[in-house]
Design a protein around this ligand. Sequence first.
Ligand code: ADP
Ligand code: MG
Length: 432
Amino acid sequence: IWQHVLEHVRRNITEVEYHTWFERIRPLGVKEGVLELGVPTSFALDWIRKHYAGLLEEALALLGAQVPRFELKVVPSPAVQEEIFQPKEKEAEGRSRLNPKYTFENFVVGPNNSMAHAAAVAVAESPGRAYNPLFIYGGVGLGKTHLMHAVGHSVAKRFPHLKIEYVSTETFTNELINAIREDRMAEFRERYRSVDLLLVDDIQFIAGKERTQEEFFHTFNALYEAHKQIILSSDRPPKDILTLEARLRSRFEWGLITDIQPPDLETRIAILKMNAEQRGLRVSEEVLEYIARQVTSNIRELEGALMRAVAYASLNGVELSKQVAARALSDVFAPREPSVDPEEILRRVAEHFGLRPEDLKGGGRRKEVVLPRQLAMYLVRELTRASLPEIGQFFGGRDHTTVLYAIQKVQELAESDREVQSLLRTLKEALL
Ligand code: ADP
Ligand code: MG
Protein backbone atom coordinates (compact mmCIF):
# COMPACT_ATOMS: atom_id res chain seq x y z
CA ILE A 1 0.00 0.00 0.00
CA TRP A 2 2.89 2.37 0.71
CA GLN A 3 4.05 1.98 -2.88
CA HIS A 4 0.63 3.08 -4.14
CA VAL A 5 0.63 6.02 -1.76
CA LEU A 6 4.05 7.04 -3.02
CA GLU A 7 2.90 6.85 -6.62
CA HIS A 8 0.03 9.18 -5.88
CA VAL A 9 2.30 11.55 -4.00
CA ARG A 10 4.83 11.56 -6.79
CA ARG A 11 2.23 12.52 -9.37
CA ASN A 12 1.21 15.51 -7.27
CA ILE A 13 4.46 17.18 -6.32
CA THR A 14 7.68 18.15 -7.99
CA GLU A 15 10.56 15.75 -8.39
CA VAL A 16 12.67 17.84 -6.03
CA GLU A 17 10.07 17.80 -3.28
CA TYR A 18 9.60 14.09 -3.74
CA HIS A 19 13.30 13.44 -3.54
CA THR A 20 13.78 15.73 -0.54
CA TRP A 21 10.96 14.53 1.64
CA PHE A 22 9.51 11.24 0.46
CA GLU A 23 12.33 9.06 -0.74
CA ARG A 24 13.58 8.60 2.79
CA ILE A 25 10.30 7.74 4.42
CA ARG A 26 10.19 4.11 5.51
CA PRO A 27 6.92 2.32 6.15
CA LEU A 28 7.10 0.75 9.60
CA GLY A 29 3.88 -1.19 9.52
CA VAL A 30 0.25 -0.90 10.50
CA LYS A 31 -0.75 -0.60 14.11
CA GLU A 32 -4.39 -0.42 15.15
CA GLY A 33 -5.50 0.89 11.79
CA VAL A 34 -2.79 3.50 11.57
CA LEU A 35 -0.03 3.37 8.99
CA GLU A 36 3.24 4.15 10.73
CA LEU A 37 5.91 5.91 8.75
CA GLY A 38 9.52 6.47 9.75
CA VAL A 39 11.19 9.76 8.82
CA PRO A 40 14.86 10.54 9.34
CA THR A 41 14.69 13.70 11.45
CA SER A 42 12.26 15.68 13.55
CA PHE A 43 12.64 18.54 11.13
CA ALA A 44 11.48 16.31 8.28
CA LEU A 45 8.63 15.11 10.48
CA ASP A 46 7.40 18.64 11.13
CA TRP A 47 7.80 19.61 7.54
CA ILE A 48 5.94 16.60 6.15
CA ARG A 49 3.19 16.94 8.72
CA LYS A 50 2.76 20.58 7.89
CA HIS A 51 2.96 20.44 4.13
CA TYR A 52 2.06 16.97 2.99
CA ALA A 53 -0.35 15.58 5.56
CA GLY A 54 -3.25 16.38 3.24
CA LEU A 55 -1.63 14.73 0.29
CA LEU A 56 -0.93 11.59 2.27
CA GLU A 57 -4.46 11.47 3.66
CA GLU A 58 -5.75 12.01 0.18
CA ALA A 59 -3.67 9.18 -1.22
CA LEU A 60 -4.90 6.82 1.49
CA ALA A 61 -8.48 7.91 0.91
CA LEU A 62 -8.19 7.43 -2.85
CA LEU A 63 -6.86 3.94 -2.38
CA GLY A 64 -9.92 3.19 -0.32
CA ALA A 65 -7.40 1.89 2.13
CA GLN A 66 -8.35 0.02 5.26
CA VAL A 67 -5.92 2.32 7.01
CA PRO A 68 -7.20 5.82 6.46
CA ARG A 69 -4.80 7.38 8.91
CA PHE A 70 -1.06 7.63 9.23
CA GLU A 71 1.40 8.59 11.86
CA LEU A 72 4.96 9.86 11.52
CA LYS A 73 7.81 8.77 13.72
CA VAL A 74 11.42 9.81 13.80
CA VAL A 75 13.64 6.85 12.98
CA PRO A 76 17.17 8.13 12.69
CA SER A 77 19.40 6.04 10.55
CA PRO A 78 23.07 6.73 9.92
CA ALA A 79 22.59 6.25 6.20
CA VAL A 80 19.71 8.67 6.10
CA GLN A 81 21.14 12.10 6.67
CA GLU A 82 19.94 15.50 5.76
CA GLU A 83 22.81 16.23 3.46
CA ILE A 84 21.51 19.61 2.49
CA PHE A 85 21.76 20.80 6.05
CA GLN A 86 24.74 18.85 7.22
CA PRO A 87 27.29 17.78 4.70
CA LYS A 88 28.61 14.49 5.92
CA GLU A 89 32.28 14.34 6.73
CA LYS A 90 34.06 11.62 4.89
CA GLU A 91 35.59 8.98 7.05
CA ALA A 92 38.12 7.52 4.69
CA GLU A 93 41.88 7.41 4.98
CA GLY A 94 44.19 10.40 5.37
CA ARG A 95 43.59 13.30 3.05
CA SER A 96 40.23 12.10 1.91
CA ARG A 97 39.08 12.61 5.46
CA LEU A 98 39.21 16.30 4.64
CA ASN A 99 35.95 17.92 3.58
CA PRO A 100 36.59 19.55 0.19
CA LYS A 101 34.34 22.48 1.11
CA TYR A 102 36.38 23.45 4.16
CA THR A 103 39.07 25.56 2.51
CA PHE A 104 40.63 28.94 3.28
CA GLU A 105 38.89 30.36 0.19
CA ASN A 106 35.52 29.44 1.69
CA PHE A 107 36.36 30.82 5.10
CA VAL A 108 35.06 34.30 5.86
CA VAL A 109 37.45 36.22 8.08
CA GLY A 110 35.97 38.57 10.66
CA PRO A 111 37.10 40.18 13.89
CA ASN A 112 35.87 37.09 15.73
CA ASN A 113 38.23 34.66 14.01
CA SER A 114 41.02 36.73 12.46
CA MET A 115 43.62 35.61 15.01
CA ALA A 116 42.83 31.94 14.60
CA HIS A 117 42.75 32.38 10.84
CA ALA A 118 46.13 34.14 10.75
CA ALA A 119 47.66 31.44 12.92
CA ALA A 120 46.21 28.72 10.69
CA VAL A 121 47.59 30.40 7.57
CA ALA A 122 51.02 30.73 9.18
CA VAL A 123 51.03 27.06 10.11
CA ALA A 124 49.92 26.05 6.62
CA GLU A 125 52.81 28.02 5.12
CA SER A 126 55.48 26.47 7.29
CA PRO A 127 54.18 23.41 9.09
CA GLY A 128 56.19 22.44 12.16
CA ARG A 129 57.95 25.78 12.29
CA ALA A 130 55.39 28.48 13.07
CA TYR A 131 53.37 27.47 16.10
CA ASN A 132 53.47 23.95 17.45
CA PRO A 133 51.04 22.80 18.55
CA LEU A 134 48.37 25.18 17.34
CA PHE A 135 45.44 24.95 19.72
CA ILE A 136 42.16 26.41 18.46
CA TYR A 137 39.22 26.62 20.80
CA GLY A 138 35.70 28.02 20.55
CA GLY A 139 32.00 27.18 20.77
CA VAL A 140 30.10 24.70 18.61
CA GLY A 141 29.66 25.57 14.95
CA LEU A 142 32.12 28.46 14.89
CA GLY A 143 34.52 27.07 12.30
CA LYS A 144 37.19 25.11 14.20
CA THR A 145 36.86 22.02 12.06
CA HIS A 146 36.65 24.16 8.94
CA LEU A 147 39.95 25.91 9.77
CA MET A 148 41.74 22.64 10.52
CA HIS A 149 40.65 21.13 7.22
CA ALA A 150 41.69 24.35 5.47
CA VAL A 151 45.21 23.93 6.80
CA GLY A 152 45.14 20.32 5.61
CA HIS A 153 44.12 21.29 2.06
CA SER A 154 46.60 24.10 1.91
CA VAL A 155 49.50 21.95 3.10
CA ALA A 156 48.50 19.15 0.73
CA LYS A 157 48.65 21.60 -2.16
CA ARG A 158 51.86 23.32 -1.13
CA PHE A 159 53.75 20.25 0.06
CA PRO A 160 52.30 17.27 -1.82
CA HIS A 161 54.81 14.85 -0.34
CA LEU A 162 53.76 15.49 3.28
CA LYS A 163 51.58 12.99 5.04
CA ILE A 164 48.44 14.48 6.56
CA GLU A 165 46.13 12.84 9.04
CA TYR A 166 42.85 14.33 10.25
CA VAL A 167 41.11 12.51 13.06
CA SER A 168 38.40 13.29 15.56
CA THR A 169 39.27 12.44 19.13
CA GLU A 170 36.39 10.00 19.11
CA THR A 171 37.76 8.15 16.10
CA PHE A 172 41.23 8.17 17.59
CA THR A 173 39.85 6.59 20.75
CA ASN A 174 37.86 3.97 18.86
CA GLU A 175 40.78 3.06 16.66
CA LEU A 176 42.95 2.72 19.72
CA ILE A 177 40.44 0.42 21.41
CA ASN A 178 40.23 -1.73 18.27
CA ALA A 179 43.99 -1.83 17.92
CA ILE A 180 44.36 -3.02 21.49
CA ARG A 181 41.66 -5.63 21.09
CA GLU A 182 43.00 -6.93 17.78
CA ASP A 183 46.58 -6.77 18.89
CA ARG A 184 47.56 -4.23 16.23
CA MET A 185 49.18 -1.59 18.42
CA ALA A 186 52.38 -1.43 16.40
CA GLU A 187 50.39 -0.62 13.28
CA PHE A 188 48.35 2.01 15.13
CA ARG A 189 51.47 3.73 16.47
CA GLU A 190 53.21 3.65 13.11
CA ARG A 191 50.18 5.23 11.48
CA TYR A 192 49.97 8.25 13.78
CA ARG A 193 53.64 8.72 14.44
CA SER A 194 54.65 8.79 10.80
CA VAL A 195 52.61 11.79 9.74
CA ASP A 196 53.86 15.31 9.02
CA LEU A 197 50.65 17.07 9.93
CA LEU A 198 48.30 15.71 12.55
CA LEU A 199 44.90 17.36 12.99
CA VAL A 200 43.02 16.20 16.08
CA ASP A 201 39.50 17.55 16.38
CA ASP A 202 37.54 18.04 19.61
CA ILE A 203 40.36 17.08 21.92
CA GLN A 204 38.17 17.92 24.93
CA PHE A 205 36.71 14.42 24.52
CA ILE A 206 39.99 12.97 25.68
CA ALA A 207 39.06 14.04 29.21
CA GLY A 208 38.78 11.12 31.57
CA LYS A 209 40.08 8.57 29.02
CA GLU A 210 43.29 7.48 30.63
CA ARG A 211 44.46 4.99 28.05
CA THR A 212 43.80 7.40 25.19
CA GLN A 213 45.64 10.18 27.02
CA GLU A 214 48.58 7.89 27.61
CA GLU A 215 48.76 6.88 23.96
CA PHE A 216 48.22 10.40 22.68
CA PHE A 217 50.97 11.66 24.99
CA HIS A 218 53.48 9.41 23.24
CA THR A 219 52.15 10.25 19.80
CA PHE A 220 52.45 13.94 20.63
CA ASN A 221 56.02 13.59 21.85
CA ALA A 222 57.13 11.57 18.84
CA LEU A 223 55.71 14.12 16.41
CA TYR A 224 56.83 17.15 18.36
CA GLU A 225 60.39 15.98 18.64
CA ALA A 226 60.49 15.32 14.91
CA HIS A 227 59.19 18.89 14.26
CA LYS A 228 55.98 17.61 12.82
CA GLN A 229 52.99 19.94 12.99
CA ILE A 230 50.14 19.26 15.39
CA ILE A 231 46.85 21.16 15.40
CA LEU A 232 44.27 20.58 18.10
CA SER A 233 40.74 21.90 18.41
CA SER A 234 38.57 22.03 21.49
CA ASP A 235 35.42 23.67 22.75
CA ARG A 236 37.43 25.16 25.65
CA PRO A 237 41.00 26.14 26.50
CA PRO A 238 43.34 23.44 27.90
CA LYS A 239 43.10 24.78 31.45
CA ASP A 240 39.33 24.13 31.42
CA ILE A 241 39.56 20.54 30.25
CA LEU A 242 39.08 18.70 33.50
CA THR A 243 40.69 15.36 34.18
CA LEU A 244 43.34 16.05 31.61
CA GLU A 245 46.75 14.84 32.70
CA ALA A 246 49.00 17.73 33.67
CA ARG A 247 51.71 16.63 31.27
CA LEU A 248 49.30 16.75 28.34
CA ARG A 249 47.80 20.06 29.41
CA SER A 250 51.19 21.68 29.59
CA ARG A 251 52.09 20.33 26.15
CA PHE A 252 48.89 21.74 24.67
CA GLU A 253 50.05 25.09 25.99
CA TRP A 254 53.53 24.91 24.46
CA GLY A 255 52.59 26.45 21.15
CA LEU A 256 49.91 29.00 20.39
CA ILE A 257 46.44 28.99 21.90
CA THR A 258 43.93 30.94 19.89
CA ASP A 259 40.17 31.23 20.11
CA ILE A 260 37.22 31.76 17.79
CA GLN A 261 34.37 33.92 19.07
CA PRO A 262 30.81 34.11 17.74
CA PRO A 263 30.69 36.22 14.56
CA ASP A 264 29.27 39.75 14.56
CA LEU A 265 26.37 40.72 12.32
CA GLU A 266 28.49 41.84 9.36
CA THR A 267 30.47 38.62 9.40
CA ARG A 268 27.29 36.56 9.62
CA ILE A 269 25.86 38.38 6.62
CA ALA A 270 29.11 37.86 4.70
CA ILE A 271 29.03 34.14 5.49
CA LEU A 272 25.42 33.84 4.30
CA LYS A 273 26.20 35.78 1.15
CA MET A 274 29.06 33.48 0.27
CA ASN A 275 26.95 30.46 1.05
CA ALA A 276 24.13 31.63 -1.21
CA GLU A 277 26.55 32.40 -4.03
CA GLN A 278 28.21 29.02 -3.81
CA ARG A 279 24.86 27.32 -4.09
CA GLY A 280 23.84 29.54 -6.97
CA LEU A 281 20.97 31.06 -5.01
CA ARG A 282 19.83 34.62 -5.43
CA VAL A 283 18.76 35.94 -2.06
CA SER A 284 18.18 39.62 -1.32
CA GLU A 285 20.33 41.56 1.12
CA GLU A 286 17.28 42.21 3.22
CA VAL A 287 16.58 38.51 3.65
CA LEU A 288 20.22 37.71 4.36
CA GLU A 289 20.31 40.34 7.04
CA TYR A 290 17.05 39.16 8.50
CA ILE A 291 18.36 35.61 8.83
CA ALA A 292 21.72 36.82 10.14
CA ARG A 293 19.89 38.66 12.91
CA GLN A 294 17.98 35.54 13.95
CA VAL A 295 20.89 33.16 14.37
CA THR A 296 23.80 34.58 16.29
CA SER A 297 25.94 31.91 17.83
CA ASN A 298 26.33 28.93 15.52
CA ILE A 299 27.33 29.16 11.88
CA ARG A 300 26.03 25.72 11.04
CA GLU A 301 22.61 26.79 12.27
CA LEU A 302 22.94 30.06 10.44
CA GLU A 303 23.49 28.22 7.18
CA GLY A 304 20.73 25.78 8.05
CA ALA A 305 18.32 28.67 8.53
CA LEU A 306 19.13 30.02 5.07
CA MET A 307 18.54 26.59 3.53
CA ARG A 308 15.24 26.26 5.35
CA ALA A 309 14.06 29.64 4.11
CA VAL A 310 15.10 28.84 0.54
CA ALA A 311 13.41 25.43 0.62
CA TYR A 312 10.26 26.90 2.13
CA ALA A 313 9.93 29.59 -0.53
CA SER A 314 10.60 27.17 -3.34
CA LEU A 315 8.16 24.53 -2.10
CA ASN A 316 5.46 27.16 -1.78
CA GLY A 317 6.31 28.68 -5.13
CA VAL A 318 6.79 32.18 -3.77
CA GLU A 319 9.54 34.76 -3.81
CA LEU A 320 11.82 34.60 -0.76
CA SER A 321 10.92 37.82 1.04
CA LYS A 322 11.63 38.81 4.61
CA GLN A 323 8.09 37.78 5.57
CA VAL A 324 8.46 34.39 3.92
CA ALA A 325 11.79 33.87 5.69
CA ALA A 326 10.15 34.81 8.99
CA ARG A 327 7.45 32.24 8.44
CA ALA A 328 9.89 29.58 7.33
CA LEU A 329 11.90 30.08 10.48
CA SER A 330 8.98 30.54 12.84
CA ASP A 331 9.02 26.85 13.76
CA VAL A 332 12.64 27.07 14.72
CA PHE A 333 12.64 30.31 16.63
CA ALA A 334 9.15 30.48 18.03
CA PRO A 335 8.09 26.88 18.39
CA ARG A 336 4.46 26.11 17.75
CA GLU A 337 3.57 29.50 16.38
CA PRO A 338 0.26 28.87 14.65
CA SER A 339 0.32 28.67 10.89
CA VAL A 340 -1.71 31.04 8.75
CA ASP A 341 -5.10 31.84 10.28
CA PRO A 342 -7.88 30.20 8.21
CA GLU A 343 -10.12 33.22 8.82
CA GLU A 344 -7.47 35.37 7.19
CA ILE A 345 -7.42 33.06 4.16
CA LEU A 346 -11.18 33.28 3.93
CA ARG A 347 -11.08 37.06 4.16
CA ARG A 348 -8.46 37.42 1.45
CA VAL A 349 -10.13 35.06 -0.98
CA ALA A 350 -13.54 36.63 -0.41
CA GLU A 351 -12.12 40.10 -0.85
CA HIS A 352 -10.46 39.13 -4.09
CA PHE A 353 -13.75 37.97 -5.56
CA GLY A 354 -15.80 40.80 -4.08
CA LEU A 355 -17.65 38.40 -1.79
CA ARG A 356 -18.20 38.27 1.95
CA PRO A 357 -16.41 35.58 4.02
CA GLU A 358 -19.83 34.24 5.09
CA ASP A 359 -20.61 33.50 1.45
CA LEU A 360 -17.73 31.06 1.36
CA LYS A 361 -18.72 29.37 4.57
CA GLY A 362 -22.39 29.27 3.71
CA GLY A 363 -24.27 26.70 1.68
CA GLY A 364 -24.74 28.72 -1.51
CA ARG A 365 -24.07 26.77 -4.70
CA ARG A 366 -24.07 29.68 -7.10
CA LYS A 367 -21.28 29.48 -9.61
CA GLU A 368 -19.74 32.72 -8.34
CA VAL A 369 -19.09 31.26 -4.91
CA VAL A 370 -18.20 27.66 -5.75
CA LEU A 371 -14.76 28.25 -7.23
CA PRO A 372 -13.71 30.85 -4.62
CA ARG A 373 -14.77 28.43 -1.90
CA GLN A 374 -12.77 25.64 -3.47
CA LEU A 375 -9.76 27.90 -3.73
CA ALA A 376 -10.12 28.88 -0.09
CA MET A 377 -10.32 25.22 0.94
CA TYR A 378 -7.24 24.48 -1.07
CA LEU A 379 -5.32 27.31 0.57
CA VAL A 380 -6.42 26.37 4.07
CA ARG A 381 -5.21 22.87 3.37
CA GLU A 382 -1.89 24.08 2.09
CA LEU A 383 -1.14 26.84 4.55
CA THR A 384 -2.46 25.49 7.83
CA ARG A 385 -2.19 22.28 9.78
CA ALA A 386 -5.90 21.63 9.57
CA SER A 387 -7.02 18.13 8.60
CA LEU A 388 -9.64 17.46 5.93
CA PRO A 389 -12.50 16.96 8.45
CA GLU A 390 -11.44 20.13 10.27
CA ILE A 391 -11.58 22.09 7.05
CA GLY A 392 -15.01 20.67 6.31
CA GLN A 393 -16.11 21.82 9.73
CA PHE A 394 -14.68 25.26 9.17
CA PHE A 395 -16.55 25.64 5.89
CA GLY A 396 -19.97 25.31 7.41
CA GLY A 397 -19.91 21.64 8.36
CA ARG A 398 -19.12 20.08 5.01
CA ASP A 399 -18.02 16.49 4.58
CA HIS A 400 -14.30 15.77 4.25
CA THR A 401 -14.84 14.19 0.84
CA THR A 402 -16.22 17.52 -0.38
CA VAL A 403 -13.02 19.14 0.80
CA LEU A 404 -10.94 16.50 -0.89
CA TYR A 405 -12.88 16.99 -4.10
CA ALA A 406 -12.35 20.76 -3.92
CA ILE A 407 -8.64 20.37 -3.41
CA GLN A 408 -8.29 17.99 -6.34
CA LYS A 409 -10.37 20.30 -8.49
CA VAL A 410 -8.12 23.26 -7.72
CA GLN A 411 -5.03 21.17 -8.32
CA GLU A 412 -6.33 20.21 -11.75
CA LEU A 413 -7.21 23.78 -12.54
CA ALA A 414 -3.83 25.04 -11.38
CA GLU A 415 -2.20 22.63 -13.78
CA SER A 416 -4.22 23.61 -16.82
CA ASP A 417 -5.12 27.22 -16.16
CA ARG A 418 -2.41 29.84 -15.91
CA GLU A 419 -4.80 32.38 -14.49
CA VAL A 420 -5.66 30.14 -11.56
CA GLN A 421 -1.99 29.42 -11.14
CA SER A 422 -1.05 33.07 -10.83
CA LEU A 423 -4.05 33.82 -8.65
CA LEU A 424 -2.96 31.14 -6.18
CA ARG A 425 0.50 32.57 -6.18
CA THR A 426 -0.73 36.09 -5.49
CA LEU A 427 -2.97 34.93 -2.69
CA LYS A 428 -0.22 32.87 -1.11
CA GLU A 429 2.19 35.74 -1.30
CA ALA A 430 -0.28 37.99 0.44
CA LEU A 431 -0.86 35.41 3.14
CA LEU A 432 2.66 34.26 3.88
P1 ADP B 1 33.07 23.71 14.74
O1 ADP B 1 34.06 22.69 14.34
O2 ADP B 1 33.70 24.90 15.41
O3 ADP B 1 31.93 23.18 15.55
P2 ADP B 1 32.63 23.86 11.92
O4 ADP B 1 34.02 24.10 11.48
O5 ADP B 1 32.09 22.49 11.75
O6 ADP B 1 32.43 24.32 13.44
O7 ADP B 1 31.71 24.92 11.20
C1 ADP B 1 30.30 24.79 11.09
C2 ADP B 1 29.83 25.25 9.74
O8 ADP B 1 30.02 26.65 9.63
C3 ADP B 1 30.60 24.63 8.60
O9 ADP B 1 29.70 24.38 7.54
C4 ADP B 1 31.58 25.70 8.20
O10 ADP B 1 31.91 25.62 6.83
C5 ADP B 1 30.84 26.96 8.51
N1 ADP B 1 31.72 28.05 8.91
C6 ADP B 1 32.24 28.26 10.13
N2 ADP B 1 32.99 29.36 10.15
C7 ADP B 1 32.94 29.88 8.91
C8 ADP B 1 33.53 31.05 8.29
N3 ADP B 1 34.29 31.91 8.98
N4 ADP B 1 33.27 31.25 6.99
C9 ADP B 1 32.48 30.40 6.30
N5 ADP B 1 31.91 29.31 6.81
C10 ADP B 1 32.14 29.03 8.11
MG1 MG C 1 34.05 20.67 14.78
